[in-house]
Ligand binder design. Structure first.
Ligand code: BG6
Length: 506
């Protein structure tokens, strides 16, 4: 089924959604508000229910009260009392330890009861909103309890949060373990970037418009810059982040999604595997990076204290739960090539980091300059290349800039912008970004989820970099001040190619 066209407007299939880690942050901040938004849009089946599963001891009623309190804080807009009442009647709770077999028997009993009460037809959607080391044990338990078996026309699907492994080896093992219980068609590896409208729009922009595709290649494009910059630090996530670092946290998932959607060939259809086949081809085509390449084409950094928007902020090493001698990177930049006919010799520069001067995610496509010939005898000194920017967030939109003559007797040029802003055309629909992904999963559409081979191909690229970094002596961290654009080496890396990074607001 197509993620883009056919599924819109249909109501999700009847099902019970079981949230593992129901008392955690993700459930209250994203999942419940997203489900409520789906209910508001009338995209949830009336035959729908939610079962929260976690260690905290709570009755169904206490769980309903907790969720009702949380939604007041985390809903994206006002909460309609009648609709909330409908929603709350569909909430259940099953306390238990995810490692305890008995807890799954209780869950099974509850699911049968909920099935009967709500007509959910034995369809179960499990959402693993837990820490990653529990993914495999939970799936093994679901399997052992018979809760993953699809029989008599019912379906059982599992959404798995990131991080999916911490390197190629562990991702492979995790894939093998979960495939002992589930078919690939039951596995939905989530990447919340694919829930963003602007990310989904990359495909529409490229393939629903005739004018861009002919120039979307090495003949016309000089280079591509993909930036995911954040001004926030690691906040309360020091424990997780210090074990991950910027490379693992952002590159094999969010940044490679942006890369593959930008670089892939047109799929033969919008069917899930057709799209993912094209994405994975790009991941396989990323030029292998040698250890010397890692030294020349990747840069890592860690922030020291500095100023963000006029406020003094602490160094990474002084953040909660971060060791004072941490060598984890909070910034990474890299240059890569995609070895295929479309992209041969076109550099893709990727960069991401925390505590950069602003929050911006964008894909900037810089075209080759026009030949200067025509303007030699004028006051124009050089021609500016055209730049197409897909603004993913904030200020969602697309801009294209080009040169125009500044009015007057002399030939002088200025750069002007053609700008499309989502808000101007479509307004803003409150969303957590998870709505579309949950809804697609209910309909069995995996287009916007990662397939096993995609995850492994991504880790394959990233693991080489990790290995070389690990083998090298520690960097002298911190090497960039909070509120700046990362270490100087990142500027030097791109400057060696005669190019420069874009800055916020440019
Ligand atoms: C998460 C990372 O996956 O994505 C975080 O773990 C990061 O470190 C976040 O802050 C960024 O997401 P968004 O939607 O705010 O760009």
């Amino acid at each position: 089924m197509s993620a883009i066209s056919e599924s819109l407007g249909k109501v999700g299939n009847p099902c019970v959604m079981v949230i593992f880690g129901a008392s955690g942050d993700l459930a209250k901040r994203k999942l419940i508000p997203a489900l409520y938004n789906l209910a508001r849009e009338r995209l949830l089946s009336t035959e729908f229910a939610i079962v929260g599963f976690s260690r905290s001891k709570m009755s169904h009623e206490e769980f309903r009260e907790k969720i009702s309190r949380d939604i007041k804080e985390y809903a994206m807009g006002s909460v309609d009392p009648d609709l909330w009442n409908w929603f709350v009647q569909r909430l259940y709770y099953s306390p238990g330890d995810v490692q305890d077999t008995n807890a799954y028997q209780q869950l099974q009993t509850l699911l049968l009861q909920v099935d009967k009460e709500h007509g959910t037809r034995g369809n179960y959607l499990y959402y693993l909103a837990t820490s990653p080391e529990l993914f495999s044990p939970i799936i093994q338990h679901i399997g052992a309890a018979g809760l993953a078996r699809e029989e008599n026309g019912c379906w059982r699907r599992v959404i798995i949060e990131k991080p999916f492994g911490r390197d190629l080896e562990s991702a492979r093992i995790l894939n093998q373990e979960i495939r002992k219980v589930l078919n690939e068609s039951q596995i939905y590896r989530i990447d919340h970037y694919l829930g963003k409208e602007t990310v989904q729009n990359i495909m529409v922009f490229r393939f629903a418009n005739g004018i861009f595709e002919p120039i979307w290649n090495r003949r016309y494009i000089d280079h591509v810059q993909i930036t995911v910059a954040e001004d926030i630090g690691v906040g309360q996530r020091g424990d997780y982040y210090d074990n991950a670092g910027a490379l693992r946290d952002m590159v094999p998932n969010h940044m490679f999604q942006l890369l593959t959607l930008t670089a892939m060939e047109p799929p033969i259809s919008f069917e899930a595997n057709a799209v993912r086949d094209e994405q994975v081809k790009i991941l396989h085509a990323i030029q292998s990076i040698t250890p010397e390449g890692v030294l020349r084409f990747t840069v890592r950094g860690q922030y020291g204290e500095g100023m963000i928007k006029g406020q003094r902020v602490p160094a990474y090493r002084s953040e909660p739960s971060v060791p004072p001698d941490s060598n984890t990177e909070t910034f990474m930049a890299m240059k890569l090539y995609i070895d295929n006919w479309r992209w041969a010799n076109v550099p893709f520069y990727l960069r991401t980091g925390k505590r950069l001067p602003c929050r911006v995610t964008e894909i900037a496509i810089q075209f080759k300059s026009a030949p200067f010939v025509l303007f030699r005898k004028t006051t124009v000194e050089h021609l500016k290349p055209n730049l197409l920017v897909l603004h993913i967030q904030p200020n969602e939109g697309i801009s294209l800039n080009f040169s125009a003559k500044i009015p007057g007797p002399l030939v002088r040029m200025g750069t002007v912008d053609m700008e499309f802003k989502y808000d101007d055309y479509f307004g803003r629909t409150p969303s957590t970004g998870h709505e579309r992904l949950l809804y697609d999963c209910m309909l069995g559409d995996a287009t916007l989820f990662q397939r096993a081979d995609m995850v492994e191909a991504s880790w394959n690229v990233v693991s080489t970099i990790q290995d070389v970094w690990k083998a090298l002596p520690h960097r002298k961290y911190p090497n960039y001040a909070a509120g700046t654009w990362g270490p100087q080496e990142a500027d030097e890396m791109i400057a060696r190619d005669g190019r420069e990074w874009r800055r916020c607001g440019k």
